[in-house]
Design a protein around this ligand. Structure first.
Ligand code: LLP
Length: 427
C-alpha cells in the first residue's frame, strides 16, 4: 500500500500506525486498508478517464459501507452483481443512478429492487433476462436504461489472450453466433427498456491491452451493425474491468492514465473506421483500485522445518481469509512485519490453520531463519477478492477490515465472532 513503511524500530506502519499497536488493538488475522491510498487510486482512475467517461468500481473485489462512501465522495460509480451488493450500496447512500447491476442470473427480486431503486444501468445477460427485466419495468411503470453484455470471443488473463470463435462460458450473448445482434433487436423492440450500449468484460489480472483492442473492435462492429439494421447509434460502450496489479515484484502494471489513453485511442480509431460518433466509454476496475491498498496481518504460530525441503510457517488464518492461492495458484509475497532481522533467509511456505494441505497462503518465500512464534507477518496486496471471498471453513470467524488514515485506525467490517457463527445454527 502507498503509505506502508517501517518506523525507526523496523516495525511496519500503515497510515501512521505501526502493526504492533494495530495487532494489539484489533487482533490478528486482520486486513489493514490504507484509506488515503484507496482514495488516491479512485482519483487516479477518475482523472485518467476524465469527464467524457465513467469509472465503475467493481464491488465484488471488496465492498463495505465505508467503501461506498469513499467511492461516492471520490466521484466513482459502482458495479454490483447481487442484491446483497446493491443493498450495501443503497444503504450507504450511493445515488442509484450511479449504480450498475450485473450478473448472469439475477433473480426477479434483484431486478425489481434495482428497477424500483432507479439504478442507472442494468447489464442484461440473456434472452430470458431481457424479457424478465422488460416485464418488471413495465409493471413498475419505468423505462429502465440497460446495456447488453456480449461475449466477444476473447479471453484474456495476464500476459496472453486467446481468441476463439465462440466462448464456452456462461456470461453474455455471443457475438459470433448472431445472438448479440438478436439481443439488440429484442431490447430495441421493448418500450420499457432503453438500450444505451454494449458491454464486454474479457477477464482479470490483465497486463496487456491487446485483448481490449480485439474486444473494442468487435463491440464497435456491433454498434455499426445496429446503426445499419435499426438506424440507431447506441451512445455507450463498457469495456469491463480486469486491469492487473503487482502481487509480487515480477508484475509491472500500467498506470490508469496510460490505460485510459490506450483504451480511448482504440475506441476512437475503431469508431472512426466504422464512421460512428465516439460513444461514452466506461470501465469497471475492481482489483486495480482496492487490491494494493490492503495487507493481511497474521501472527506466526508453529514452525516446522523439513530437512532438505523448507520450513512450514503456520499463521493464525489461511484459506478462509485468502482462498486465492489455493484456488488460482495465485502468488503473494510476505514480510516479517513486527521487527527486522539480520538472520539468513530460510526457504519457507506460509500456511494456514485449516485442516487440509492445500491451505497455503504464500507458496514460496524467504523469511529470516530466526522467525519465531509470536512474530507478525504481512501479506501485501490482499485488498481485492480476499475478504470478499472469505469463508467460515472449519468454523473460523472471518477477520475484520480496518481502515487506517492519518494515525487513526477504525474498523469498517468487524471481526466475526463465535456467536455470529452460532446464531445461524438453529438446530
Ligand atoms: N466487471 C465485470 C463484469 C466483472 O465480471 C469483473 C470481475 C470486473 C468488472 C472486475 O474485474 P477486476 O478489475 O477486479 O479484475 N475472484 C477472482 C476474480 C474474479 C473476477 C470476476 N469478475 C480473483 O480473485 O482473481
Amino acid at each position: 500500500a502507498g503509505s506502508v513503511r517501517r518506523d525507526k524500530r523496523g516495525v511496519l506502519t500503515v497510515g501512521g500506525r505501526d502493526v504492533l499497536a494495530l495487532a494489539e488493538e484489533f487482533g490478528t488475522p486482520a486486513y489493514f486498508l490504507d484509506e488515503d491510498d484507496f482514495r488516491a487510486r479512485c482519483r487516479a482512475w477518475r482523472d485518467a478517464f476524465g469527464e467524457g467517461a465513467d469509472v465503475y468500481y467493481a464491488g465484488k473485489a471488496f465492498l463495505s459501507r465505508a467503501v461506498v462512501r469513499w467511492l461516492t465522495e471520490e466521484g466513482l460509480n459502482l458495479d454490483v452483481c447481487t442484491g446483497g451488493e446493491l443493498a450495501t450500496a443503497l444503504s450507504a447512500g450511493m445515488p442509484a443512478e450511479r449504480i450498475a447491476l450485473h450478473g448472469n442470473n439475477k433473480s426477479t427480486q434483484e431486478l425489481e429492487r434495482a428497477i424500483e431503486a432507479g439504478v442507472g444501468r442494468i447489464v442484461l445477460d440473456s434472452f430470458q433476462e431481457i424479457a424478465r427485466a422488460a416485464h418488471i419495468a413495465r409493471r413498475l411503470g419505468r423505462r429502465q436504461p440497460v446495456q447488453l453484455r456480449v461475449t466477444v470471443g476473447v479471453e484474456a488473463h495476464t500476459h496472453e489472450f486467446i481468441a476463439t470463435a465462440h466462448e464456452d462460458q456462461k456470461f453474455g450473448l455471443p457475438l459470433a453466433e448472431g445472438q448479440a445482434a438478436e439481443g439488440v433487436r429484442r431490447v430495441l423492440g421493448l418500450d420499457s427498456l432503453e438500450l444505451t450500449g454494449i458491454h464486454s468484460h474479457i477477464g482479470s489480472q490483465i497486463f496487456d491491452t491487446s485483448g481490449f483492442e480485439v474486444a473494442a473492435h468487435r463491440v464497435v462492429g456491433l454498434l455499426a451493425q445496429t446503426r445499419d439494421e435499426h438506424g440507431v447509434e447506441l451512445p455507450e460502450i463498457d469495456l469491463g474491468g480486469g486491469l492487473g496489479i503487482a502481487y509480487t515484484s515480477a508484475d509491472d502494471p500500467a498506470e490508469p492514465s496510460a490505460i485510459a489513453r490506450s483504451l480511448a485511442q482504440i475506441v476512437d480509431r475503431e469508431c472512426a473506421s466504422a464512421g460512428l460518433a465516439v460513444p461514452r466509454l466506461s470501465v469497471e476496475p475492481g482489483r486495480a483500485v482496492v487490491g494494493p491498498t490492503a495487507f493481511t496481518l497474521y501472527e506466526v504460530g508453529t514452525l516446522k522445518p523439513l530437512e532438505g525441503l523448507r520450513t512450514y510457517v503456520s499463521v493464525d488464518g489461511g484459506m478462509s481469509d485468502n482462498i486465492r492461492t489455493a484456488l488460482y495458484d495465485a502468488e503473494y509475497s510476505v514480510a516479517l512485519a513486527s521487527r527486522t532481522s539480520e538472520a539468513p533467509p530460510m526457504l519457507s511456505r506460509v500456511v494456514g490453520k485449516h485442516c487440509e494441505s492445500g491451505d497455503i497462503v504464500v507458496r514460496d518465500a524467504f523469511l529470516p531463519a530466526d522467525l519465531a512464534p509470536g512474530d507478525l507477518l504481512a501479506v501485501p496486496a490482499t485488498g481485492a477478492y480476499c475478504r470478499s471471498m472469505a469463508s467460515n471453513y472449519n468454523h473460523v470467524p472471518r477477520p475484520p477490515v480496518v481502515a487506517v488514515r492519518d494515525g487513526e485506525a477504525r474498523t469498517i467490517v468487524r471481526r466475526e465472532t463465535e456467536e455470529d457463527l452460532l446464531r445461524l445454527d438453529v438446530g
